[in-house]
Design a protein around this ligand. Structure first.
Ligand code: MLT
Ligand code: MN
Ligand code: ZN
Length: 292
């Protein structure tokens, strides 16, 4: 399967418009830029799906020749979107797809409900585009055009702030994507609150894991911005912890959804290699290609 990382930053991106932290300041000075987390996947190079839809989606699509429309048509290779959460940084891009003729959206029933009621993106989008919403409970496989087979794996119940009073359990998922053609397994898990046995099995069976790279360590937000929010309390296990957990895995681990406070966001590749200490571990870059 082909995997293209369209954006590698957590919500806010790098630099974040209102942030003068050391990372955002260095990014501004150095012209460094990361757009917000979204991934494009395809088995056959003809039908493509997005994992999440960031608010940066228009620029991300324009930067991706594979997703351009066929000349003389408004048909594009983009068939749909798989949502791992209903967080704004993962769903606002759906509104930017309103020119689409047909679109498929897959998400857990909990996420579909949130986008119908608490944040009624679904009914709004319905006025513009023919969107087929498929609520897929965790563990149930679903087929994507072009040959990929996917399933949600529940990672937790951390609700978006706009939905604190909403019901449901499956707010945050990993997405496991299998390519029967190559046997390759991709796991996308950029919102990992805690390392569980289930996640451990998922990572053991994967060839490539796009893993939660939001924070390098738990105290980072307070240290860098003065905001007293431990990373774990924000639903993001720090990289220093997950690095230990993945040490024996055969998979390539690519940290993404990197927050602007995370030193990894602006660290040169040789410094990243020295820090993570394994050739199997990388920090995602916008535009990066992976073959799984
Ligand atoms: C998250 O990744 O935890 C969310 O996107 C947080 C947010 O943007 O409110
Ligand atoms: Mn986020
Ligand atoms: Zn910042």
């Amino acid at each position: 399967m082909r995997v293209r990382i369209l954006g590698s930053a957590a919500g806010g991106g790098l630099p974040q418009w209102n942030c003068g932290c050391s990372g955002c300041t260095a990014a501004r000075a150095g012209g460094v830029f990361r757009s917000q987390d979204t991934v494009a996947i395809s088995a056959d190079g003809a039908a493509w799906y997005l994992l999440n839809a960031s608010p940066d989606l228009r620029a991300q699509l324009l930067a991706t020749a594979e997703l351009a429309p066929r000349p003389g048509t408004r048909d594009t290779p983009l068939r749909g979107v798989v949502l791992s959460t209903s967080e704004l940084d993962h769903v606002l891009g759906l509104l930017l797809l309103r020119e689409a003729r047909h679109l498929e959206v897959y998400a857990t029933p909990t996420v579909v409900s949130a986008l119908t009621d608490a944040f009624p993106l679904r009914p709004v989008l319905a006025a513009y585009a023919d969107v087929r919403w498929s609520p897929v409970p965790p563990g149930v496989t679903f087929e994507l055009a072009g040959g990929l087979v996917a399933r949600m794996v529940s990672l937790g119940a951390k609700r978006p702030r706009y939905a604190v009073n909403a019901d449901g359990e499956d707010w945050v998922s990993a997405v496991e994507v299998y390519d029967p053609g190559t046997g390759g397994v991709l796991v996308y898990a950029t919102c990992v609150a805690a390392w569980t046995d289930r996640l451990d099995r998922l990572v053991s069976d994967a060839d490539c894991v796009l893993l939660d790279g939001t924070f390098l360590d738990d105290d980072e937000m307070r240290r860098v911005t003065g905001i007293p929010s431990p990373g774990r309390a924000m639903g993001h296990l720090p990289v220093m912890e997950s690095l230990r957990r993945t040490a024996g895995a055969r998979a390539t681990v690519v940290y993404s959804h990197v927050n602007n406070t995370n030193p990894l966001a602006t660290m040169p590749p040789d410094a990243v290699r020295a820090l993570v200490g394994s050739p199997n571990v990388q920090v995602a870059a916008d535009g990066q290609d992976l073959i799984v």
